[in-house]
Design a binder for this molecule. Structure first.
Ligand code: NAP
Length: 249
C-alpha cells in the first residue's frame, strides 16, 4: 500500500509551478488530490498528466479563487461530502505585486494579503473542523524566505509570508492535541513563472548569494511537502523548513 493511499488532500495554486509539483507528488504517493486554482484548462491538463503517468491517486480539478471566502466554504463542504475526510491541506496559492513602500497602493497591499494570507486562514479554519472531528490532519503552508528576511519592494508579500509563519505556529499549538500538525515550507528562489519575470542580471546576482549556486526546482519543494504530509513527519509541528539552497542561513 502506498504511503498516502485513501488520503484526501486539498492543494491551492495547483495549476502551475510549485503547487502543480505538490499535486503530482502527493498523487504519486496515492492521495486523492483536489487541485484548486482559477485556470480551469491548466488544472485539467494537470489531472490528465497524473492519469497518463498512471499515478495511484487521482487529481480532481476544482476552479477556485482563494480570495472568495464563500467559494472556499463551498469547496470544503463539497470535498468533505464527497470523500468524508480531508487529511492534508496545502495552502500554496500566492502572488506578488511588488512596489516601493512610499508608492504602494492600499489595493496592492490588500490583494497580496488576501491571496497569500487571508485565504489560508479561511481554508484552514474550514478544513480544521473536519480534521478535528477525525482527530487527524496535516496542514502545510507555503511561505517564503522573504517572510523571514524581508525584501525591498515586497512589504506586502513579506508581511503575508511572515503572517503565515505566525499563524502556522499558533495553529500547531492549538490543534496539536487533536493529532493535527501544522508546518511551513519556506522556499528561496525556485524556477517558476513567479521568478521567470525577474531580470537576468538580478537572477545572476541572486545565484551568487546561494551556497548551492543555483535556483531550486519545483520538485525540490514538493518532496519536502510530501515528507511533511507523510508518516515520517508525525512528530514535527510548528516548524519552518527552509528550502533555499542555503541562501538564508
Ligand atoms: P506561480 O508559478 O506564479 O503559481 C501561483 C499559483 O497560485 C498558480 O497555480 C495560480 O493559479 C495560483 N493562484 C494565484 N492567485 C490565485 C487565486 N486568487 N486563487 C486561486 N489560485 C491562485 O507561483 P509559484 O512560484 O509556484 O509559487 C507558489 C507558492 O510558493 C506561492 O505562495 C509563492 O509565494 C511561494 N514561493 C515561491 C517562490 C519561488 O521562487 N517561485 C519562492 C518562495 C515562495 P491561477 O493563476 O490559475 O489561479
Amino acid at each position: 500500500m502506498l504511503e498516502l493511499e485513501k488520503q484526501v488532500a486539498i492543494v491551492t495554486g495547483g495549476s502551475r509551478g510549485i503547487g502543480r509539483a505538490i499535486c503530482l507528488s502527493l498523487s504519486r504517493r496515492g492521495a486523492t488530490v483536489v487541485a484548486c486554482a482559477r485556470s480551469e484548462a491548466a488544472l485539467k491538463s494537470l489531472a490528465d498528466d497524473a492519469m497518463e503517468g498512471q499515478h495511484a491517486g487521482r487529481i480532481e480539478p476544482s476552479v477556485l479563487d482563494v480570495g472568495d471566502r464563500d467559494a472556499i466554504g463551498k469547496l470544503v463542504d463539497t470535498v468533505s461530502d464527497a470523500h468524508e475526510r480531508i487529511d492534508i491541506l496545502v495552502n500554496n496559492a500566492g502572488i506578488t505585486h511588488d512596489g516601493l513602500l512610499m508608492s504602494m497602493e492600499d489595493d496592492q497591499f490588500e490583494s497580496v494579503l488576501t491571496t497569500n494570507l487571508r485565504s489560508a486562514f479561511w481554508l484552514t479554519r474550514a478544513v480544521s473542523r473536519i480534521m478535528v472531528r477525525r482527530r487527524y490532519g496535516r496542514i502545510i503552508n507555503i511561505s517564503s524566505v522573504a517572510g523571514m528576511m524581508g525584501n525591498p519592494g515586497q512589504a506586502n508579500y513579506a508581511a503575508s509570508k511572515a503572517g503565515l509563519i505566525g499563524m502556522s505556529k499558533s495553529i500547531a499549538k492549538e490543534l496539536g492535541r487533536r493529532k493535527i500538525t501544522c508546518n511551513v515550507v519556506a522556499p528561496g528562489f525556485i524556477t517558476t513563472d513567479m521568478t521567470d519575470i525577474l531580470p537576468d542580471d538580478l537572477k545572476a546576482n541572486v545565484k551568487k548569494l546561494i551556497p548551492l549556486g543555483r535556483l531550486g526546482d519545483v520538485e525540490e519543494v514538493a518532496e519536502v511537502v510530501a515528507f511533511l504530509a507523510g508518516a515520517a513527519a508525525s512528530y514535527i509541528t510548528g516548524q519552518v523548513i527552509v528550502v533555499d539552497g542555503g541562501m538564508h542561513m
